[in-house]
Design a protein. Structure first.
Length: 370
């Protein structure tokens, strides 16, 4: 039986560590089909992508991925559990039998054990209790699970992937590959560093050429955060229904109104409104949702279609083979809220980056690698 392997990524940006990930999978499973669920313009931690969705798709296909699926904006900019659950459901729809993700601990047994602990009836209540006591989320998680474990970002995502597989009773085997660096690392490890490190180096104009391929460097975008803040400020000051947007909870809309006029830039604004309950990631996601206008009433729980962003010849052959057994409809539903918000996200992205992704979304044509 041919292995169909799923990976989930944001490629912000695509770098040598991602090449290593793909090569390791190909080395272990040389005849497999590799399917990528790709996040687009705005990302799970509330970041803005420095590569367009189209460029990320082309790069993924160039480096060995056979099929690229879209993770829609409305799911890709939410908590790790939502991000993971929708990604796993998309992969299951295309009959993936393994997922392979990067991990700081590289211990799939421990990650699976911790994932299972989170199905305890009192788990969510205990996490909330520890959060209320002032613990950050990873620490609250460790205490609620009663484990001595460093919850690094990719391990946390891995646990969320495993939880989704268990919850949905999918026949998917999780595997992990040791990350050569941590998401938060600031030190360089030969020619592989984290995407976060690369973005930090870009901000201070450090040379990043040895950490990612030249074809990626040529397509990197510099985000205009000054314009982003101006647009956000205008939206917050003129919208009296901020509480209707996803992640605007617990009365934080009053803090937004109060402090947006006092802040001179985005970083200042974040520091002014941050609380123990509102992490940097949640604040950044909230900002994106406000700007795009993503309302709680449109927060879909069911995937209404799948969009194939690209494929190569091997991927096309596989798609033709399974086309009659796919449950979630393949092809964009232009009347759905999912598509509406994808268009709105691309418009905001174009405004702050001087790009033209809106046309790519309207055409809805996959990238084909010959």
């Amino acid at each position: 039986m041919m292995d169909v392997i799923g990976i989930i990524a944001e490629y912000n940006p695509f770098h040598n560590g991602h090449i290593y990930h793909i090569e390791k999978i190909k080395e272990k499973y040389p005849d497999s089909i590799l399917i990528l669920v790709l996040n687009g313009y705005f990302l799970e931690r509330g970041e803005i992508s420095i590569l367009t969705k189209e460029e990320k798709t082309k790069i993924a296909l160039d480096y060995g991925v056979n099929i690229v699926l879209e993770l829609p904006f409305i799911y890709g900019t939410q908590s790790a559990d939502v991000f993971a659950d929708i990604s796993i459901k998309l992969l299951n729809n295309y009959h993936v039998n393994k997922i392979i993700f990067g991990s700081e601990c590289n211990d799939i047994k421990t990650l699976s054990r911790i994932a299972k602990l989170q199905f305890d009836n009192n788990f969510d209540k205990n996490v909330k209790l520890y959060l209320d006591e002032g613990y950050n989320y990873p620490s609250a998680l460790a205490k609620a699970c009663n484990v001595d474990f460093d919850f690094n970002p990719n391990d946390l995502l891995g646990i969320s992937y495993i939880k989704s597989i268990i919850k949905n009773n999918f026949d998917i085997t999780p595997e992990c590959i040791l990350r050569t660096n941590c998401y938060h690392d600031t030190k360089s490890n030969e020619n592989i560093v984290s995407a976060s490190n690369i973005r930090s180096k870009m901000k201070v104009n450090e040379d990043i050429s040895k950490y990612l391929p030249n074809d990626v460097i040529d397509n990197l975008i510099r985000i205009d955060y000054s314009l982003f803040f101006k647009l956000l400020k205008a939206k917050i000051m003129t919208d009296d229904n901020l509480q209707n947007y996803v992640d605007v909870d617990e009365g934080i809309e009053y803090r937004l109104k109060k402090y947006v006029i006092k802040a001179n830039n985005l970083d200042e604004f974040i520091k002014l409104i941050k609380t123990k309950r509102y992490t940097y990631n949640k604040i950044n996601r909230m900002f994106i949702h406000i700007l795009v206008g993503f309302k709680k009433s449109d927060n879909l729980k069911v995937i209404d279609y799948t969009k194939i962003l690209g494929f190569d010849k091997k991927g096309l052959n596989y798609l033709n083979k399974i086309k009659n057994s796919i449950v979630i409809p393949n092809g964009v539903n232009t009347k759905s809220n999912t598509f509406k918000y994808e268009l709105q996200a691309s418009l905001i992205y174009d405004l702050i980056n001087n790009t033209n992704t809106f046309l790519f979304e309207l055409k809805s044509k996959p990238v084909i690698k010959n």
